[in-house]
Write a protein that binds this ligand. Structure first.
Ligand code: ATP
Ligand code: MG
Length: 264
């Protein structure tokens, strides 16, 4: 079974792409087969995984526009075993207007992901979303089994979450009834900063066990790694960022084991 997880928060710069790349890589190291779908016109996940702009001839935009059955042509291997990516580039920013007349536009992503899921090759498909609740994010919600929300431990972190929860609920009611919350991952945590601990407490009080035990620390190595086109796990295997993403991967694998036992 392939589990499709969208990584969503309409707030910019909260760690969505960093989580997509490093969680993807940690899961891949744990022998899970991973496909990362870069659904952000910024293409940060593609760059962070070393796919240069000139190597992105066939992107998620092209795949959704052409509905090409040869999905394989759009899937790039990365330098990490078990981790593939469907890249994106700035073309994707025009997608919403181009399909504005299409009544089925919310299904554009699921239509191209379903043939991949049917092949049953991947354990997880992670979708890196842009910082908005626009069509691209709605398409991700429609095409996913669950939502992973990175929450930056800073003052305004919880603001806007109610809007996100409302959007998830609306999609659940109308377009994807089986959508669930995978969890909330606290990011860029600085233990010397009292505010970070306060935000953590507040998030745990409000969202209870939807918040992962693992917390991603603010770690300079995490922010350096993308400029080398590799996940932090390859850049510095002993830093606190690497350890945290490895721990998150283990927590998610365990969570999935329990979900599957429960379903059986
Ligand atoms: N734990 C961390 N420690 C230090 N820097 C981090 C950490 N997580 C992310 N960053 C840095 O913060 C910036 C924003 O992170 P990222 O690109 O992952 O956020 P995003 O939510 O995907 O942004 P956008 O909304 O623009 O897509 C990047 O420069 C990234 O390297
Ligand atoms: Mg991003």
């Amino acid at each position: 079974m392939t589990k499709i997880i969208s990584i969503i928060n309409q707030k910019g710069g909260v760690g969505k792409t960093t989580t997509a790349i490093n969680l993807g890589c940690s899961l891949a190291h744990a022998n899970e087969k991973i496909l990362l779908v870069d659904l952000d016109p910024q293409g940060n996940a593609s760059t962070g995984l070393g796919i240069g702009i000139d190597d992105r001839k066939k992107t998620i935009y092209d795949l959704m526009i052409t509905k090409d059955q040869n999905v394989h042509d759009y899937v790039h291997n990365t330098s990490i075993k078990n981790l593939d990516v469907i890249p994106s580039n700035v073309d994707l920013s025009g997608f919403e207007t181009e399909v504005a007349e299409d009544g089925k536009r919310a299904f554009s992503l699921i239509d191209v992901i379903t043939p991949i899921v049917k092949k049953n090759h991947y354990n997880y498909i992670l979708i890196d979303c842009p910082p908005s609740l626009s069509l691209l994010t709605i398409m991700a919600l429609v095409g996913s089994n669950s939502v992973l929300v990175p929450l930056q431990t800073e003052f305004f972190a919880l603001e806007g979450l109610s809007q996100l929860v409302k959007t998830i609920d609306r999609v659940k009611q109308k377009l994807n009834t089986s959508l669930t919350m995978q969890g909330i991952i606290l990011t860029m945590f600085d233990k010397r900063n009292k505010l970070c601990s306060e935000v953590e407490q507040e998030a745990r009080k409000f969202f209870e066990n939807e918040v992962y035990k693992t917390v991603i620390p603010r770690n300079i190595r995490i922010s350096e790694a993308p400029s080398h086109g590799i996940p932090v796990i390859l850049y510095d295997k002993n830093c606190s960022g690497t350890k945290a993403y490895e721990k998150l991967a283990m927590e998610i694998i365990e969570q999935e084991k329990q979900n599957n036992n429960f379903a059986a």
